[in-house]
Write a protein that binds this ligand. Structure first.
Ligand SMILES: Nc1nc2c(ncn2[C@@H]2O[C@H](COP(=O)(O)OP(=O)(O)O)[C@@H](O)[C@H]2O)c(=O)[nH]1
Ligand SMILES: [Mg+2]
Length: 369
């Protein structure tokens, strides 16, 4: 195990080598190994931190947690206020001692916790200025909402890159890989028909992690970086969206061009807003709700009316058993069947079992035994 100072020094050295190496087909493998080395040192530093009980926790509350990430002055505090009414300080973050300012957005019956992280700055991947604390908050979030000043929109690419270096993957699928460590036989890769790294790359990356005998099975396409991430085991995969702020300061043509560039460059949903003028805030709320993959279920008593005022909020892909668990975990064992009307039903009051997947807007009656 390495201490923080020497770990950081090592990371900086590796990062320097990395940035000095030009990317091409010949150096690709070397770059991959450097990334693996960096990931490994970080991993060691992190596990050390955890053991010592260091760390920083924000209590998650509500149905989901969204963090606002952006450069100073992009409009995070203003947006937090526009979304939640929370009184975080505008434009004087330098004087506040708070690391995280929470607010609660209620939308479609969902309670969405929004966290403003005032301390997030460039260079955070080397752990400068207490920013690792902030990073630990991002890692527990369900979604990142980037707040970008339209007049400095290149910042989005810097932020995504910084997060990448910190093991936070935005809008990327988690690699589907299994590594079975063996006693002997060397490293063996089973691509199962997917586009996967070269076997020699797989082997040298695993060797970095001191694994010399293993069967690696791929269940989806994976890049070299995906494989390193998986081997290091310290990446998180978060949904992202971009709030393109201060559109009141530019003309529509410029706004449209910037939106297009960010969509193309990041694959993220972009919502043009003005936090100051409260423009398009409802549209942004909807994008956050949809981006989180939340759905609403309206419960209906057997002989009564559906409750359209207080929906249950669940994640996409939930089934009837999940609905019941949400009402009361103790009830989950005693479901007889359910009656479903709405998007997931073939016809009104379709009788379904506990494995039936519900969809946004379903009306559900559960019959217990
Ligand atoms: N014109 C304009 N100014 C904004 C907008 N949103 C925020 N600002 C201003 O930008 C400055 C920084 O805003 P603030 O919310 O403190 O940014 P933060 O540092 O990211 O929290 C303040 O002077 C805000 O009034 C907007 O939509 N339009
Ligand atoms: Mg602020």
């Amino acid at each position: 195990m390495i201490d923080k100072a020497s770990g950081q020094k090592k990371i900086e050295e590796l990062q320097e080598q990395y940035s000095k190496t030009k990317y091409n087909k010949a150096t690709n493998k070397y770059l991959g190994i450097l990334r693996a080395k960096i990931a490994k040192v970080k991993h060691e530093m992190e596990s050390r931190g955890r053991r010592k009980g260091a760390g920083y926790s924000v209590r998650k509350s509500g149905n989901a947690t969204v963090v606002l990430v952006g450069f100073p002055n992009a409009g995070k505090s203003s947006l937090l206020k526009a979304l939640t009414g929370a009184q975080s300080r505008v434009a004087d973050y330098a004087f506040t001692t708070l690391d995280v300012i929470p607010g609660m957005l209620e939308y479609n019956g969902a309670k969405i916790q929004i966290l403003d992280l005032p301390g997030l700055i460039q260079g955070m991947h080397v752990g400068r200025g207490g920013s690792m604390k902030v990073v630990s908050v991002i890692r527990i979030a369900d979604m990142i909402l980037f707040v970008i000043d339209i007049n400095q929109h290149q910042q989005i690419f810097q932020l995504v890159e910084e997060l990448n270096l910190l093991g936070i993957r935005v809008n990327r699928k988690k690699p589907e890989i299994r590594i079975e460590v063996r006693q002997a036989g060397g490293v063996h890769a089973e691509p199962n028909g997917h586009r996967v790294p070269d076997p020699r790359v797989v082997q040298s990356i695993l060797n970095e992690f001191k694994i010399f005998n293993a069967v690696v099975s791929f269940y989806a396409d994976a890049s070299d970086q995906d494989f390193i991430d998986f081997a290091a085991g310290n990446c998180v995969y978060l949904r992202g969206a971009v709030a393109l702020n201060k559109i009141d300061t530019v003309d529509q043509r410029k706004a449209a061009a910037v939106e297009k560039e960010i969509r193309a460059g990041t694959g993220m949903e972009v919502i043009q807003i003005s936090a100051k003028m409260a423009e398009n805030i409802d549209m942004l709320k909807k994008a956050v709700f949809d981006g989180l993959g939340l759905i609403r279920i309206f419960l209906k008593p057997k002989d009564g009316q559906p409750d359209f005022i207080n929906p249950l909020v669940l994640e996409k892909g939930s089934n009837v058993a999940d609905v019941v668990r949400k009402i009361n975990t103790k009830l989950a064992g005693s479901i007889r069947y359910a009656m479903v009307s709405g998007p997931s039903a073939k016809f009104p009051n379709q009788r379904v079992g506990e494995d039936h997947r519900v969809m946004d807007g379903d009306i559900v009656t559960v019959i217990f035994s």
